[in-house]
Design a binder for this molecule. Structure first.
Ligand code: HEC
Length: 115
């Protein structure tokens, strides 16, 4: 009995580790995402975990992570220049990501949603 239960425990650990590794590598290149955000001045208005003029990325992630359309919504947000409400209450068009590289844009959104 003892052997069986320790074997199944090992199996459970092995499975959870592999699931963890798969989700941990969900192809997010964190350094590239941060560089890309810097190049686009995103970090002027957003801290990773601090609010600036815009909400912290961790807050944005918390809001969109559970939404099956979250990724789509963020991609649309970053490419459409829709109105953004600032902390002081004024509204202006959100800056559009200056990029013709859809992979970098996807990676940035994946990174935000991973926070
Ligand atoms: C001039 C300041 C400013 C800059 C620069 C800026 N943002 Fe924002 N961003 C905001 C504000 C303000 C909001 C809040 C919008 C709202 O809640 O209406 C926001 C919201 C967001 C959201 C959440 C959208 C939502 O629907 O809740 C994301 C994602 C985001 N910004 C990403 C970025 C990225 C990526 C960049 C770089 C291309 C960037 N922002 C540059 C001010 C800025």
């Amino acid at each position: 009995m003892k052997n069986i239960s320790s074997l199944s425990l090992k199996t459970v650990i092995a499975i959870s580790l592999s699931v963890f590794c798969i989700s941990a590598n969900a192809e997010v290149d964190v350094d590239a995402a941060k560089d890309f955000a810097k190049q686009n001045n995103c970090l002027r208005c957003h801290g990773v975990d601090k609010d600036k003029d815009g909400p912290a990325y961790t807050k944005i992630s918390a809001k969109f992570k559970a939404d099956p359309k979250g990724k789509e919504k963020l991609l649309a947000h970053l490419t459409s220049g829709e109105k953004a409400k600032f902390a002081d209450g004024h509204e202006e068009a959100h800056p559009i990501l200056k990029s013709d590289d859809p992979k970098a844009t996807q990676n940035l959104v994946d990174w935000i949603l991973s926070l």
